[in-house]
Design a protein around this ligand. Structure first.
Ligand SMILES: [Zn+2]
Length: 40
């Protein structure tokens, strides 16, 4: 399992693969940090 965390808050997540983690993190950014998400 891969652990991920957010640079902007205390969000953490577990994913089975790196691409899955990227997807989870992008979803989190889009939902909670839209400005950071737009910036990429
Ligand atoms: Zn966050």
């Amino acid at each position: 399992m891969i652990t991920g965390r957010c640079d902007h808050c205390d969000w953490r997540a577990l994913a089975g693969s790196h691409p899955k983690m990227v997807q989870l993190y992008q979803n989190h950014l889009r939902a909670d940090h839209p400005r950071a998400w737009l910036r990429g």
